[in-house]
Design a protein around this ligand. Structure first.
Ligand code: ANZ
Ligand code: ZN
Length: 800
C-alpha cells in the first residue's frame, strides 16, 4: 500500500474529534499541564507558514505530556478586534463582525488540517460579547481602583490609521502596523497606570523561567534608574526641577534645557522676548517622534530663552535656559541640567551653541562613563566634592541637597502609562458613562456586556473622534448613579485588551458568572509553558503580566505571575532569507504544502528547519527530505518481525533514543530529536526491526507526525489510539553500550575488528587482537615491534 497522506490525515483528524481525545478536564486526578501559544489575529490573508512553527513546537510538548499521563490543556482562540478587519470592512462595505467570522472559519480549517491537538471545545473569541463582557469587567475594576484615568495628553497619532498609538506601537517614527508617519497630537485619552506596577513587574522577573533575552528586553523597557531631582531657582523667582542620574556632576552644569512642551514656557511667555520663535520651534518638534528627537547623533537644535535664566544651586552661578527637542516632556521632569563635559548630547549641543564646558570628573573614560554606568574617576572643580569617587560624590551631594531642601533622591522608570483608548469602531466599548454631575460612572455590572451598536459607517472621523460618536441613540443615556441625562464613552479599547487575560478564559470558557471560577483558576494556574514571538515582549507580555498582577491584588487569580515559563521562536523567512511578505513575492502558503506533502511532512519540516530560537529560511529541498523519511517509515511496516521485547542488537539504541527524544522535546530541540529518529530508522532498515521496537519508534515519532504514526499503529494492531498511548520508558543503565568494537590495524591498515567490554585495559585489547585469525595470518613470520592502543577504539600493531 502506498502512503496517501490525504486519506490518512483526514481520517485521523475525524477520529480524534469524535473521540474528544484532546479535550482537557477541569476535574481530574491527573497532574495538570497548561501549554499556551499566542492566539492569532485572524487576518484576511489566512495562516502564514510562520504561525505553525510556534503551534507545532508546543503541540509536540503537549502531545508528549498527554502520553506521559498529564491532564493537558492546549487551547486556541482568536484575537479578533483590530484595524485591518475594520479597514477591510470599510472598503468592502461588510460588517467587521462578518469579516471576522469568515476569517476565523478559514484560520480554523487551516489549523485543523495541521493536526494540532488543540482543545477546540474551549475556543475563545475576543470579539464575542460573552467574552468581552469580562474584558469590560476587568477594565471597570481597574477604574474603581483608580488605575484607569482620563488625561489630556500628547499622543502618537498615525496619520493613516487616524488613530492613537502606544509608544510600543511606534517603530522608528512610523506606525508599527501600516508604516505611515506618526505625529504628536494633544488628545484626551483613557490611560492605565501600568507604572504603578513597574517595580513589581521588574522584581518578579526573578521568579519566572523566561529565556534570558525576554527578561533583558523587559528590564530595559521598564528602564529603572536611580538619581535625584534637583531644584534650580530662576531669575523669575520660581523653581525649575530637573531629573538627573548624575547629581555628582552638578558643578559642571553650565546651562539647562527644557522640553519645548514644558509648561514653564507659557508661564514665562510675557517675560520672553523671543516667545514667537520658541512657539515656532515647539510646533516643529511636535511633528517629530520621540525616537527622532533623542537619536544620539542627530544635529542639535534649540532656542535660548531670552528674558529668563536659571541659577545653579551649588555655586549661585547664573546659567542660560534653552528649549530643545532632545529633552522629552514625558520623561523625568521634562527639564535637565546640562553637563556638556560628561554627556554626549549635552556636549554636542554646547559645541553647537558655543557654551562653556567644565570638566568635573578626572580620570577614566568619563565621556563613556555617562552612558555605560562605568562610573569611574575622581571629582574635580567641584568644591566640597573634590577628590571623591563618583559613588561617594553622589551620596554626599544627595545628602547636601536633601538637607538644604534643594532636592532629593529619586527613582525613575522609562515605562509610561498605557494609552488605552482608540477612536475606532472595532474594539470593546469602554463601559463608562459621563454625567455632568457625577463625572465618569461605570455601566452597572448587570448591564455588561455593553455591546457595540450596529452602525452604517465605521469610517474614522476626520477630527479623530470615534465613529461611535455619531450614534446619538447609543451615546445618549442616563447616569446610572443619579438618573440625569448622560453620555457614553465613545472611544473603544486598544487591540491589546482582549489578549491581556485570554489564557484565564480558556480555563473556564463558558462560565457566565465569572471570568473563570475560583476552583478552576486554582487548578490550572499558572500557565506552565507559554511560547510566543519576541515582538510581543514589551507589549502583550508586559501588559498581561500587569493585568494579572492587578487581578491577583483584587483576589481574582491565585498566582502573582501568569506564566511560569516563556520561550520564543525565530521567524521563518522566505527562500531568499528575507522576511516573507507579499511585496517581496516570497510568501509560502501552508495550504499548498499540506496539500502536496501532507501535514505530517509540514510539521516535521518546520521543526527540522533549524534551531527553534533562530530565524530560518524556507527550503523546498528539505521538505522533500522530510517527506521521504515518512515514506520510509511507512515502507518499514511491512518488514517488521515478531518480538515483544527489544532485541539485544537494538537494546541500547532503543533506550538511548527514548531518552534523547524526550529530553530534546523538553528543550525545544525538535530538530535534533528528529535527527535521532532518522538515524534510528536507518539502523532498522539495515539490521531489521521487531514489533516491540517498531511500536516504540512510532510512539516517539507520534508527537511530530501524529497522523501517519496513528495509522501505522492501527495497521500493526497497536492498542487504542497512539495519541493517548503511554510514552515509552527507558532505563538509564541501558542507554550505554557495555561492549565496544575496536579496530585492529597492522602497520596502520585495518585488518579486523574485536569486541571488548567498555574500558578494557591495554593488554586485554592486544590479547584479543592477537587471537584473531586474520591478524595471526597477517603477522605470520614477522616481528611485532610496537603495540599502540587507543582505548575503546584502536589496536595498532607495528610489524617488521
Ligand atoms: C545630568 C547628567 C550628566 C546626565 C551626565 C547624564 C550624564 P536615564 O539613565 O535614561 O534615566 N534626562 C533627564 N530627563 C530627560 C528628558 N526628559 N529628556 C532627555 N534627557 C533627559 O537618563 C537620565 C539622564 O538623561 C539624566 O541625567 C539627564 O541627563 C537626562 F554626565 O543629568 B543627566
Ligand atoms: Zn450622575
Amino acid at each position: 500500500m502506498k502512503y496517501d497522506h490525504k486519506q490518512v490525515e483526514k481520517k485521523w483528524q475525524d477520529i480524534w474529534d469524535d473521540a474528544h481525545c484532546f479535550e482537557a478536564s477541569n476535574n481530574s486526578d491527573k497532574e495538570k499541564f497548561y501549554a499556551l501559544v499566542e492566539f492569532p489575529y485572524p487576518s484576511g490573508q489566512g495562516l502564514h507558514v510562520g504561525h505553525p512553527r510556534s503551534y507545532t513546537a508546543l503541540d509536540i510538548v503537549a502531545r508528549k505530556k498527554r502520553m506521559q499521563g498529564y491532564n493537558v490543556l492546549y487551547p486556541m482562540g482568536w484575537d479578533a478586534f483590530g484595524l485591518p478587519t475594520e479597514n477591510y470592512a470599510i472598503k468592502n462595505h461588510v460588517h467587521p463582525a462578518e469579516v471576522t467570522k469568515q476569517n476565523i472559519a478559514r484560520f480554523k480549517s487551516q489549523l485543523k488540517s495541521l493536526g494540532l491537538s488543540f482543545d477546540w471545545s474551549r475556543e475563545v473569541n475576543t470579539t464575542d460579547p460573552a467574552y468581552y463582557k469580562w474584558t469590560q469587567w476587568i477594565f471597570q475594576q481597574l477604574f474603581k481602583k483608580g488605575l484607569a484615568y482620563k488625561k489630556e495628553m500628547n499622543v502618537n497619532w498615525c496619520t493613516s490609521c487616524k488613530c492613537v498609538l502606544a509608544n510600543e506601537e511606534v517603530v522608528g517614527g512610523t506606525c508599527e502596523r501600516c508604516g505611515s508617519e506618526v505625529v504628536h497630537k494633544n488628545k484626551s485619552q483613557w490611560m492605565l497606570k501600568i507604572t504603578e506596577y513597574a517595580q513589581r513587574l521588574l522584581d518578579d522577573l526573578d521568579e519566572v523561567d523566561y529565556i534570558e533575552r525576554v527578561k533583558t528586553q523587559q528590564r530595559n523597557w521598564i528602564g529603572r534608574s536611580t538619581g535625584a531631582e534637583v531644584d534650580f531657582t530662576t531669575t523669575e523667582g520660581d523653581k525649575l526641577t530637573v531629573y538627573t542620574t548624575r547629581p555628582d556632576t552638578l558643578f559642571g552644569a553650565t546651562y539647562m534645557v527644557i522640553s519645548p512642551e514644558h509648561p514653564a514656557v507659557e508661564t514665562w511667555a510675557d517675560k520672553l522676548k523671543n516667545i514667537d520663535a520658541i512657539r515656532v520651534y515647539r510646533e516643529e518638534a511636535a511633528r517629530k517622534s520621540d525616537f527622532e528627537r533623542t537619536e544620539l547623533n542627530k544635529e542639535k537644535t534649540g532656542v535660548r530663552l531670552d528674558g529668563v535664566a536659571a541659577i545653579n544651586p551649588v555655586n549661585g552661578e547664573q546659567i542660560p535656559i534653552f528649549v530643545s527637542d532632545y529633552v522629552l516632556m514625558g520623561y523625568g521632569t521634562g527639564a535637565i541640567m546640562a553637563v556638556p563635559a560628561h554627556d554626549d548630547r549635552d556636549w554636542d549641543f554646547a559645541k553647537a551653541f558655543d557654551l562653556p564646558i567644565i570638566e568635573v570628573i578626572a580620570g577614566g573614560n568619563v565621556q563613556e562613563a555617562a552612558f555605560t554606568d562605568v562610573e569611574t574617576g575622581t571629582l574635580v572643580n567641584s568644591d566640597f566634592l573634590n577628590g571623591l569617587s563618583v559613588a561617594e560624590a553622589k551620596q554626599k551631594i544627595i545628602a547636601f541637597l536633601t538637607e538644604k531642601g534643594l532636592g532629593h533622591e529619586k527613582v525613575n522608570f522609562k515605562l509610561r502609562d498605557w494609552v488605552f483608548s482608540r477612536q475606532r469602531y472595532w474594539g470593546e466599548p469602554i463601559p463608562l458613562v459621563y454625567c455632568e454631575k457625577c463625572g465618569w460612572v461605570p455601566v452597572p455590572e448587570d448591564q455588561l456586556p455593553l455591546t457595540l451598536p450596529n452602525v452604517d459607517s465605521y469610517e474614522p472621523t476626520e477630527n479623530g473622534e470615534s465613529p461611535l460618536a455619531k450614534m446619538t441613540d447609543w451615546v445618549n443615556t442616563v447616569c446610572p448613579h443619579c438618573g440625569a441625562p448622560a453620555k457614553r464613552e465613545t472611544d473603544t479599547m486598544p487591540q491589546w485588551a482582549g489578549s491581556s487575560w485570554y489564557f484565564l478564559r480558556y480555563m473556564d470558557p463558558h462560565n457566565e458568572n465569572a471570568l473563570a471560577s475560583k476552583e478552576v483558576l486554582e487548578y490550572w494556574s499558572p500557565v506552565d509553558w507559554y511560547n510566543g514571538g519576541m515582538e510581543h515582549t514589551t507589549l502583550h507580555l508586559l501588559y498581561s503580566r500587569f493585568w494579572h498582577k492587578f487581578l491577583y491584588d483584587i483576589g481574582v487569580v491565585p498566582t502573582k505571575e501568569p506564566y511560569a515559563k516563556r520561550t520564543s521562536h525565530g521567524m521563518i523567512l522566505g527562500e531568499n532569507g528575507e522576511k516573507m511578505s507579499k511585496s517581496r513575492g516570497n510568501v509560502v502558503n501552508p495550504d499548498e504544502i499540506v496539500d502536496v506533502y501532507g501535514a505530517d511532512t509540514m510539521r516535521l519540516y518546520e521543526m527540522f528547519i533549524g534551531d527553534f530560537e533562530k530565524a530560518a529560511p524556507w527550503s523546498p529541498k528539505s521538505i522533500k527530505g522530510c517527506r521521504r523519511f515518512l515514506e520510509r517509515v511507512w515502507a518499514l511496516a511491512e518488514k517488521v518481525q515478531p518480538g515483544d521485547s527489544y532485541s539485544a542488537q537494538h537494546e541500547v539504541l532503543m533506550h538511548r533514543t527514548i531518552k534523547k527524544v524526550g529530553e530534546d522535546i523538553e528543550n525545544l530541540k525538535a530538530n535534533t530529536a528528529i535527527a535521532a529518529l532518522m538515524s534510528m530508522l536507518n539502523e532498522f532498515a539495515d539490521k531489521g526491526v521487531n514489533m516491540a521496537e517498531y511500536k516504540t519508534f512510532l510512539a516517539l515519532l507520534n508527537p511530530f507526525a501524529p497522523h501517519i504514526t496513528e495509522e501505522l499503529w492501527r495497521q500493526i494492531g497497536g492498542e487504542g489510539l497512539l495519541s493517548v498511548a503511554p510514552w515509552p520508558q527507558y532505563e538509564d543503565a541501558k542507554t550505554v553500550e557495555d561492549s565496544v568494537e575496536l579496530a585492529v590495524q597492522i602497520n596502520g591498515k585495518l585488518k579486523a575488528t574485536v569486541k571488548l567490554p567498555v574500558d578494557s585495559d591495554k593488554q586485554a585489547a592486544i590479547d584479543a587482537a592477537l587471537a584473531e585469525e586474520k591478524v595471526q595470518r597477517a603477522i605470520e613470520g614477522k616481528e611485532v615491534v610496537k603495540q599502540i592502543v587507543v582505548p575503546n577504539k584502536i589496536v595498532n600493531l607495528v610489524v617488521r
